[in-house]
Design a protein around this ligand. Structure first.
Ligand code: 5AD
Ligand code: SF4
Length: 476
């Protein structure tokens, strides 16, 4: 068996210690002889899941560029296929397994092809066992904690022609030394905190992403300042829970302070996600209200409108406490927009409890809601709960919820018809190059007729029409 054979372990992934986080700053190095490993070779990288994964993929791109690989848009052209996977719900995993099976043929056609699975699914013991048993064509598996090892693993697999599996289940470190090749020219993801210690009973993230580890503020601010110098217009501060920023550093410097310092740089737009309502302080609300370059848009996951369900979910807030944050933001931040996440069909959710969720939707009138049917995740406390709710009932609740959600989304969009909005331009829309698209400060997608707009500019757009999920407009 290959010496690089370290499989994930659920027990270690569950563990949390008080050990200080190690920050790795040594120069990231790939031995000279491998800098041309990818010369004349191409890679195809597919990213599933959240922005943390998108950002990780940009690190992988940075490493592959160092090794002279070129990126292609279809797996058929590639010598190296990488799937950066998501484990949040079973259907996310099913998609990946479907794709792994579908692409098997390419390995038969080209035995030199190297096939990699990484990301959150690779952190799951069960998934790795399944791949090892039934998907012989996967050459490399590595997890979220050892992205820095990717070049080494690739070199190993390339020369040994053996399978390489290396997944750590420890709590994790902070790597400040990794290269990055960003996909977008005007918008950048900036990690501020890794991992999650909330352990909501349904959620796999604390196991796949390890303990909460904040980056030092000076590293974050340096990154933002560099992005400004490079012409970036927008940063999104990323974390599984950004509001917990700094708690592990014990410096009396938290998300509110960081947000304020980022706002004092010259970056035109700041976004952040995701916020856990439990850690949302009044000071954070005030900072968001105070600075024009902090966008008036908050993704504030509610999950359920029933206090009983919230308690079993381990969310640490009641609906009243959620509304305290929601109302404070709504009152203090001009023209703020909100999105949220809702899970329907949590084990034993009653009709009455589901109706409590609908009541919260009616009160909050969110601009966007991401709705999910509860999906049991192996190793989480909720997956051990008995569940007497039929899938059909869950599906019907999801449908009813989605119907309510779209009513408010459309209503909110209609309210801003005839107004003038600042829009950060993405570029010509995919369907029609004469129409441009971009996002308002409130994170609404606008398709508009351009005048001088170019990708990366912030332009003024008059809103001329509203659909449920998009706006129409004309540049003024
Ligand atoms: N089943 C369904 N939805 C889930 N989410 C997280 N875990 C699960 C699960 N086991 C949803 C939550 C979270 C979003 C990212 O995904 O709503 O906020
Ligand atoms: Fe999916 Fe969560 Fe991993 Fe993001 S952190 S890729 S949402 S499992």
């Amino acid at each position: 068996m290959n010496e690089l054979f370290i499989k994930p372990n659920l027990k270690s992934a569950q563990r949390r210690t008080k050990d200080e986080t190690i920050i790795e700053r040594s120069r990231f190095n790939i031995p000279d002889e491998y800098l041309s490993l990818g010369f004349n070779k191409k890679f195809y990288l597919r990213t599933y899941g959240c922005q943390a994964n998108e950002r990780d993929s940009e690190t992988l791109r940075g490493m592959l560029a160092m090794m002279s690989y070129a990126e292609v848009n279809t797996p058929e052209e590639a010598d190296l296929i990488i799937m950066n996977t998501c484990a949040i719900r079973k259907n996310a995993e099913d998609k990946v397994f479907g794709e792994i099976g579908h692409l098997k043929q390419l390995k038969y056609e080209n035995p030199d092809l190297i096939f990699v699975v990484c990301g959150c699914m690779a952190q799951e013991e069960e998934v790795v066992n399944t791949i090892l048993k039934t998907h012989q064509h996967i050459d490399i598996i590595f997890g979220t904690h050892n992205i820095h090892r990717f070049p080494e693993l690739l070199i190993q697999a390339h020369f040994s022609k053996e399978r390489v599996v290396e997944v750590y289940s420890k709590e994790g470190e902070v790597y400040e030394n990794l290269p990055v090749n960003r996909v977008q020219k005007a918008k950048a993801w900036v990690n501020i905190i890794y991992g999650c210690d909330k352990f909501c009973t349904y959620c796999i993230v604390p196991y796949t992403r390890g303990k909460e580890r904040s980056r030092l503020s000076e590293d974050i601010l340096k990154e933002v300042v560099t992005l400004v110098e490079e012409g970036y217009q927008e940063v999104t501060l990323l974390g599984q829970n950004v509001n917990a920023y700094g708690k592990d550093l014990e410096l009396d410097y938290g998300f509110a302070e960081l947000l304020e310092d980022v706002a004092k740089t010259d970056i035109p737009r700041i976004r952040f996600m995701t916020s856990h309502p439990w850690d949302f302080s009044d000071k954070m609300v005030d900072i968001i209200a105070q600075y024009d370059n902090i966008m008036p848009f908050v993704h504030l996951p509610l999950q359920s409108g029933s206090n009983e369900i919230l308690k079993i979910m381990g969310r640490r807030y009641t609906t009243d406490e959620y509304l305290h944050v929601f109302d404070a933001l709504k009152t203090k931040v001009k023209n703020i927009a909100f999105s949220t996440d809702i899970i329907v069909g949590f084990p034993n959710e009653s009709e009455e409890q589901f109706n409590d969720t609908l009541k919260m939707i009616e009160y909050c009138q969110f601009d966007n809601v991401y709705t999910f049917i509860y999906s049991p995740r192996h190793g989480t406390p909720a997956s051990k709960m008995e569940d007497n709710i039929e899938l059909e009932v869950k599906r019907s609740r999801l449908k009813r919820l989605n119907q309510r959600v779209s009513v408010y989304a459309l209503q909110n969009n209609k309210k801003i018809v005839d107004s003038i909005q600042n829009v950060l331009v993405d570029g010509p829309s995919k369907k029609n190059p004469d129409v441009y698209s971009g996002y308002t400060e409130t994170n609404k997608l606008v398709n508009f007729i351009p005048k001088k707009a170019k990708a990366g500019m912030i332009v003024k757009v008059k809103i001329t029409g509203a659909n449920t999920w998009t706006l129409k407009g004309e540049e003024v």
